[in-house]
Design a protein. Structure first.
Length: 504
């Protein structure tokens, strides 16, 4: 039996799936790691932590494996977007990786936008630049850590560093490359104009390959760490969002993908480049090569704090842990009617992207009274994340057709209550993707396509399975639509307050 390995390097953990050629999950593993915050607003991770976690998670996925060691046809990768890993000439990390929630580069975001021009930047890259994007992080390093920048022989995205450790080459793919904001969305390659404006030598950047291209073989050293035979082909892979689209079977048509992970993404695939020229959302390359009506790009509205907000509540306020902690919190929230007893939560714990593009936005409970307890707090967080998703989706709604249904994915997608809140707010049926680790499954799909086992698009559509639809309730839809203006005005009224607090 042909088997495939999909590895997803997420923000809080690495997930590994061992999958048959028919999409059946044969084994899985997951290992968590932390985000380092050495200064307020900074977000870093140690590449070595990624590697150690990947080795352990792979061994978990291989537990009980008694097949022919050569049965695994290929390894595919997916990973968190935007981050920057600096390597010296010996291909060793020079410092911790700066990852996507990092906010230190606001001055560089403004400078980059001014140097290239906001309209030209969106025209070239499909997106405004934001803190945490690789382009802004590299500019910050140029100006604040020239000692590191002068030693950097190569710059990689997180998943591409992991593939390098596995034995692969220095490469990336269009979906992850387009998330750096150093990329030409139309050419699906690095942008000479942006690189020149930021004084980034293209020789420091990896080659760009298709997501299904072979980019090396599993080395002997890596094979020993993972418990696999050496020589397995390594497939280039894709950004986690693009891989998630594959696993969800959301490759066009009238379906909206809502992913609730650490952050939240509202995604719509498109067959031609469509831009939000106001700079509130993003257009990136997908993992699918364009042509013949295939969606080679996707529009994405992103919120920074989705599952992160619920984890913050679990860890900091309730002193709970693990999945059992989330189940307990959900049970509390289910005892409270929609609206959380008049309590609204703004989930801007690490700033916000769509629609505000504001790294200084902050979280807020509005309407808190002495009668509110833990049940109302949890329900308000669930609803606040949903309201932020809808606020972000409204940008996509301005430039495209209305969807007929929502596919919900990510860890938050497993919550029946969260599914119901999303269905009620959007007024659309919601179907849960039955595989929670959809980015890892997308990586396995890319592995199979890269190894020539099957056609990528046809197999992605056949592998995707969904739960029964969760239908919206008209009364709750009306209630949430009534809360939406209050949610939006709370940010506008406190926007300047957030800036003053940041200054203090």
């Amino acid at each position: 039996m042909v088997q495939l390995l999909g590895i997803d390097l997420g923000t809080s953990s690495v997930k590994v799936l061992r999958v048959s050629e028919t999409g059946r999950i044969l084994g899985q593993g997951s290992i968590e790691y932390s985000i380092r915050q050495p200064r307020p607003g900074w977000a870093e991770q140690q590449p070595e932590d990624w590697w150690q976690a990947t080795a352990m998670a792979t061994r978990q996925a291989l537990a009980g494996w008694d097949d022919d060691p050569h049965a695994i046809a290929a390894i595919g990768l997916s990973g968190q977007m935007h981050g920057a890993v600096l390597l010296d000439r010996h291909r060793q990390p020079l410092a911790p990786a700066i990852i996507w929630p990092d906010q230190r580069s606001q001055a560089q975001v403004e400078e980059m936008t001014r140097l290239i021009g906001p309209e030209r930047l969106i025209e070239l890259s499909g997106s405004p630049v934001a803190t945490g994007f690789q382009a802004a992080s590299l500019r910050w390093l140029q100006q604040n850590r020239p000692d590191l920048w002068s030693q950097a022989a190569s710059v990689l995205l997180p998943k591409d560093y992991l593939r390098l450790r596995l034995g692969g080459d220095l490469s990336t793919d269009p979906s992850d490359g387009s998330g750096t904001l150093l990329f030409d969305l139309h050419r699906r390659d690095w942008s000479p104009e942006i690189l020149a404006a930021l004084a980034v030598d293209p020789a420091r950047l990896p080659a760009v390959r298709d997501s299904t291209a072979v980019a090396g073989q599993l080395s002997r050293e890596a094979a020993e760490a993972l418990g696999l035979p050496a020589g397995i082909p390594l497939i280039t892979g894709a950004a986690d969002t693009a891989a998630s689209m594959l696993a969800a079977g959301v490759l066009g048509g009238d379906t909206l993908l809502v992913t609730i992970s650490t952050g939240g993404q509202i995604i719509r695939p498109v067959v031609a480049v469509q831009l939000d020229r106001q700079g509130r959302s993003h257009t990136f390359c997908s993992a699918v090569r364009p042509g013949s009506g295939r969606a080679g790009w996707y529009q994405m509205a992103a919120i920074l704090s989705a599952g992160l907000a619920l984890r913050w509540l679990r860890d900091r306020l309730f002193d709970l842990s693990g999945e059992e902690g989330y189940r307990q919190m959900t049970a509390w929230a289910e005892t409270v009617p929609a609206g959380a007893g008049g309590l609204i939560f703004l989930p801007y714990l690490i700033g916000e992207r769509t629609p505000h593009m504001d790294p200084q936005a902050r979280g807020l409970f509005l309407g808190l009274t002495a009668r509110h307890g833990r049940a109302e707090l949890v329900r308000a967080v669930l609803e606040g994340v949903a309201l932020a998703c809808y606020d972000a989706y409204s940008v996509l709604a301005e430039v495209g057709p209305a969807p007929a249904r929502i596919v919900m994915a990510g860890g938050g997608g497993r919550s029946r209550l969260w599914q119901q809140v999303i269905a009620d707010l959007f007024g659309l049926p919601v179907q849960q993707l039955t595989v929670a680790e959809q980015s890892a499954l997308g990586a396995a799909l890319l592995a199979g396509a890269g190894a020539g086992v099957f056609d990528l698009v046809e197999t992605a559509q056949s592998w995707a399975t969904y739960g029964a639809p969760v239908e919206p309730a008209p009364q709750r839809h009306a209630l949430y639509q009534g809360l939406l203006p209050l949610f939006r005005s709370a940010y506008q009224k406190h926007r300047e307050d957030f800036r003053q607090l940041q200054a203090l």
